[in-house]
Ligand binder design. Structure first.
Ligand SMILES: [Zn+2]
Ligand SMILES: [Zn+2]
Length: 378
């Protein structure tokens, strides 16, 4: 199963409807938690997710809305005796922050964490494919992540039968590329690898495009609307329209917008601005939403090789269907056996009617970052 569970979707401050960030990607056996903001442990409970399957944690940067949930998650990994190592990727320059969060309070520490700080061009092989990190343009050291499954080949039963290939000969073909006079190409078709990209807290820069290139699912920050584009550029953030433009130019299939500033009451405006730039699938993230990685591309579809140059126009015609925006948050759902210490999952939070303004809203940019030099994106 390949699916993203959205745990939080707020930017600087949480709201009654949006927790701080948190995104759990299940990619078969590779389970990766991205940017656990404050409250992520409880959001996982609400989503019916345990920490036990976690294999990897990826931190884009050490602003609180992306990392203050780490102490809770790490201590839960220890409490639940997760029986395997959990790899933790974070910006190499933020090691001190990680160390403090790792040991934020006293606890009985049996967590097996493997620290893997990332720098420019970092890549590592995972069970899901190649994980790459590229630097982004924000007020502090920030990296986006990209997961790319290698392209492969898919056996076609009718061709196998036509060539009389069966039983052990199939294994031989897969291992060696040939069985007698029959080659793998005779009985199989290309199977494009799937790609996932995670782009948080950045102004437009080349690496946003490099990360998003040909992604089946792109999770990208969409902090601001166009009316605040100048401020977005100044503090190192994207508007919904910019994020959608990246998706269009990069041949993205499903675009998931998140990290919304609480300054806007009506989140449909993000969708409107994104829709003007991108006619593929757009999802406005809501807490506890589950978003499947779209089905694998058919080999016959134009498929851009990995890695591909950025800024290329999409080779694939966009799907015209309206996007499944404003999906309701996923209902309570418990796919994992509950860990011993977990309370019974409660039904989804009974929420008051959607509030247009959070009490005491200080505005997103307050105290966020020193200004970045304004730069026009590509
Ligand atoms: Zn943020
Ligand atoms: Zn930030």
């Amino acid at each position: 199963m390949r699916e993203l569970t959205v745990l939080g979707t707020a930017s600087q401050v949480p709201t009654r409807h949006r927790n701080h960030n948190g995104y759990l990607l299940r990619w078969d056996d590779e389970v990766i938690l991205f940017d656990p903001g404050e409250g992520t442990q409880r959001q996982m409970l609400m989503a019916g997710l345990a920490v036990t399957p976690l294999r990897r944690i990826c931190i884009t940067h050490f602003h609180g809305d992306h990392a203050l949930g780490l102490p809770g998650i790490i201590q839960r990994i220890s409490l639940d005796r997760v029986p395997h190592p959990v790899h933790v990727h974070y910006p190499a320059g933020g090691r001190d922050y990680f160390t403090r969060l790792r040991h934020a309070t006293s606890f009985y520490d049996v967590a097996q964490l493997v620290e893997e700080p990332v720098g420019d061009g970092y890549r590592t092989e995972t069970a899901a494919g190649t994980l790459t990190a590229l630097p982004l343009r924000h007020s502090i050291e920030t990296y986006g992540y990209r997961l790319a499954e290698p392209d492969g080949r898919r056996m076609i039963p009718a061709l196998l039968a036509a060539h009389g290939i069966a039983g052990p000969a199939i294994g031989e073909l897969q291992r060696t590329g040939r069985s007698g006079r029959i080659t793998l190409d005779d009985v199989s078709a290309p199977r494009p690898g799937q790609r996932f990209a995670f782009v948080m807290d950045t102004g437009l820069c080349d690496n946003v495009f490099a990360l998003a290139e040909g992604a089946d699912l792109l999770v990208i920050e969409s902090t601001f609307l166009a009316e605040d584009a100048a401020m977005a550029a100044q503090v190192g953030h994207l508007t919904a329209g910019q994020a959608a433009s990246v998706a269009r130019q990069s041949g993205v299939r499903t675009l998931l917008l998140t990290h919304f500033s609480q300054r806007y009451g009506d989140s449909t405006r993000f969708l409107d601005e994104a829709r003007a730039e991108f006619d593929g699938d757009i999802v406005l993230a809501e807490d506890l939403m589950r978003v499947p990685v779209p089905p694998r591309r058919e080999a016959a579809e134009p498929h851009r090789p990995e890695p591909a140059p950025a800024h290329q126009e999409a080779a694939e015609p966009r799907r015209p269907e309206p996007a499944p925006a404003h999906q309701e948050a996923a209902e309570p759902h418990r796919p994992e056996p509950a860990p011993a210490h977990q309370e019974a999952a409660e039904p989804h939070r009974p929420e008051p009617a959607f509030a247009r303004h959070e009490a005491g809203d200080p505005g997103h940019a307050a105290g966020e970052t020193p200004a970045l030099p304004t730069r026009t994106g590509p």
